[in-house]
Ligand binder design. Structure first.
Ligand code: DC
Length: 226
């Protein structure tokens, strides 16, 4: 058994995975990796360069030209795409609307998973995403699968997006979340599914502090064993 610890947090879009993952990483002094940011950066490249997700040779060529870099500052993931900081742009609607399609492409997933596994090889990490406990780190010691009521998720996301996008509506967000959930759970390549050994965390009625305490209670026995 490896001496370092991997905490895998998976779940639906806008369930608060990254909020919990960041808080947990801060508390434990682990590295936080936001795997969704990687798919978002690839989607941004596809949009900017008009890459057709159905055109395999275009996709392969694009992947050769995409260089992603990550650095964590204050437990925020800063992403550069070919040396340009894109951390804010990847959160905007055009990327959110296209990212699930891009994330469903087999070749894209293989490349991202390879990079993610490299990041978790030698350090204690908390990584959140859709396939972390199933495909990226099937042997992770701690797996949490997050879920919450779709309406509550859309309302939380609205509060997050309004400052940057004052015209956005609850309906738009609700539809985007439903669409992404559908694509993420029905795609052929490592769809979003709960790992059989993941602990379910439904946070519909939980505060952030309650979720953190719950997650810490799962991780702590592993820290003692080290
Ligand atoms: O977590 P997020 O909303 O930033 O993720 C963006 C998209 O990327 C989401 O629609 C699904 C995809 N994704 C994925 O397929 N696998 C991951 N490990 C992380 C994200």
């Amino acid at each position: 058994m490896d001496s370092h610890i991997v905490v895998a947090i998976d779940g639906y879009s806008s369930c608060g995975k990254s909020t919990l993952a960041k808080a947990l990483a801060r508390e434990l002094h682990f590295i936080y990796v936001d795997s969704g940011a990687m798919y978002r950066a690839v989607a941004l490249y596809f949009i900017r360069n008009q890459i057709d997700p159905n055109n395999n040779s275009q996709v392969l060529e694009a992947l050769k030209n995409i260089h992603l870099n990550f650095h964590s500052r204050d437990y925020e993931t800063h992403v550069t795409l070919n040396d340009e900081e894109v951390s804010s742009e990847i959160r905007l609607m055009p990327v959110s609307e296209n990212v699930s399609t891009v994330a469903a492409i087999k070749e894209v997933r293989h490349e991202m998973v390879k990079q993610q596994q490299r990041m978790g090889r030698s350090k204690n990490i908390v990584m959140d995403g859709r396939d972390i406990g199933t495909a990226v780190f099937p042997n992770a010691q701690i797996k949490i699968f997050m879920t919450a009521d779709p309406k509550v998720r859309a309302e939380r996301r609205l509060r997050e997006l309004l400052p940057k996008n004052p015209t956005i509506t609850l309906e738009e967000i609700f539809e985007n979340l439903a669409h992404r959930d559908y694509q993420d759970t029905t795609r052929l390549e490592s769809p979003l599914v709960r790992a059989h050994d993941a602990i379910i965390l439904d946070n519909t009625d939980l505060t952030q502090q309650e979720q953190l305490l719950f997650a810490l209670s799962i991780v702590e026995p592993f820290l003692e064993k080290k």
